[in-house]
Design a binder for this molecule. Structure first.
Ligand code: LLP
Length: 420
């Protein structure tokens, strides 16, 4: 449930008419609703109420510091995958003791940065990484709390690019080999085993892969215990899907109930790393129609808008579906068209062969469910400044990231002397 709705035929974010925001900040832009963000955070978090747990928002899904600050205020922690995300999380006021560091390729510099910040836990992915973390911690005279990310070989039944829990994926340590690593990790100075972690994929629309994973993890925890290794944190990762089109993912409460039942008497703190389920449907991207044109002897229609694949990459990269609706509802008929951007690539589309409301130049369109992996995957391709982000709250809108300027585009570039 989100707070984007039509009032007298005009799309509103909470109580604010979207055309007013477009007039103030120009197009394209990302628009988030505070009420929706809060509601989604709390729906997920509260489905584990009464159970010792920590909700660590996956920063990669939507990393604006205003949004991270909102979650910090709701008690949230962060799941980070880079030094840059750590920097953001801390700048937003997320407590270091609520930050977990995931990712398959952490550098020494990032590991040191996280050790110095005093994060809760490193989710390690290899024996080599264990050695590096132990070395960094010893050099700094600190102790790294660690878990290993185990790969349970469960099919998350999602898009191949966002499955992570299959044996063939690069992520984690095969669960059959993980025991050995845990035994190795007991010895080195500088590390303390505190957890087991896992993340099997994203945009899951069923609970069964989570339940199967928990079954395997519980077996594994039993094996660890027989070797005298007990843990304080079980990190289940993120992955719960949202509705983009016709899919019917479980509600957070159903997911929570299934996870709790499968865990049954977990004697440690549960960590969750949700991203998409919290922010996905709490954000839209607003774009303006520039032109309409036809191809294939008039049979193919194109609606050319001012947002491109550099602004929202998901349709091009995953053939992902994002609903596209008019911001002002007219009485116009529908048409089948490609909604395309200005980028010089055939792959630059927001929708292909889609039945949409016919649109004319100058009209505004809303690309829905764009809150997760929307702005964070944006680039400057074709030297397009990245678009602003706006947050609506309580009848007002706030710019939380300004539109980039041409100066921003050149920042950091230089012409060496030999070319002067
Ligand atoms: N934890 C870890 C270790 C992850 O790798 C991810 C996402 C998450 C948590 C959060 O997953 P979520 O709850 O959002 O499903 N760019 C793709 C999604 C990539 C997901 C990568 N990992 C997309 O646009 O669909």
């Amino acid at each position: 449930m989100d707070y984007f709705h039509y009032l007298d035929g005009v799309l509103h974010a909470e109580d604010v008419p979207v055309p007013d925001i477009a007039a103030a900040v120009g197009t394209p832009f990302y628009l988030y609703s505070t009420a929706t963000l809060k509601r989604h955070f709390q729906a997920l978090d509260q489905s584990f109420a009464g159970m010792d747990h920590l909700t660590c928002f996956a920063v990669k899904a939507c990393s604006n510091i205003a949004i991270l600050r909102l979650f910090a205020g709701l008690g949230g922690g962060a799941d980070i995958v880079s030094g840059g995300e750590l920097y953001r999380a801390l700048a937003a006021g997320i407590e270091p003791g609520k930050i977990v560091f995931s990712g398959v390729g952490k550098t020494r510099a990032e590991i040191r940065q996280a050790l110095e910040a005093g994060i809760l836990m490193f989710n390690l992915e290899s024996a080599q990484e264990l050695r590096v973390v132990a070395e960094c911690a010893t050099e700094l005279g600190l102790v790294a709390r660690i878990s290993f990310r185990v790969n349970p070989d469960v099919d998350p039944q999602t898009h191949a690019y966002i499955s992570t829990g299959l044996a063939k994926n690069k992520f984690g340590i095969p669960i059959a080999e993980a025991l050995d690593l845990y035994r190795q990790a007991r010895d080195p100075a500088g590390v303390e085993i505190v957890g087991v972690s896992c993340h099997i994929g994203s945009q899951l629309t069923k609970v069964s892969p989570f339940v199967d994973t928990i079954g395997k993890l519980k077996d594994f925890l039993g094996r660890l215990a027989t070797h005298g290794i007990t843990i304080r944190y079980l990190d289940l990762g993120g992955g719960l899907g949202i509705q983009y089109d016709q899919e019917q993912p479980p509600e957070p409460a159903d997911y929570g109930a299934a996870v709790r039942e499968a865990l049954n008497d977990l004697d440690c703190t549960l960590i969750l790393e949700p991203g998409r389920v919290i922010v996905g449907n709490a954000g839209i991207m607003v774009t303006r129609v520039l032109y309409t044109k036809t191809g294939e002897g008039g049979r193919k229609k194109f609606i050319v808008v001012d947002a491109g694949m550099n602004d929202l990459f998901r349709p091009s990269l995953y053939d992902a579906y994002h609903a596209i609706v008019p911001v002002v509802q007219g009485r116009r008929e529908t048409t089948v068209a490609d909604v395309v951007g200005p980028i010089c690539e055939t792959g630059d589309f927001l929708a292909r062969d889609r039945e949409v409301t016919a649109a004319e130049p100058g009209e505004l369109l809303a690309v829905k469910s764009a809150g997760a992996y929307g702005f964070t995957m944006a680039s400057n391709y074709n030297s397009r400044p990245r678009v602003p982000e706006v947050l609506v709250n309580d009848g007002e809108f706030h710019l939380i990231r300004r539109r980039e300027t041409y100066e921003d585009l050149l920042r950091g570039e230089m012409i060496p002397d030999f070319l002067k």
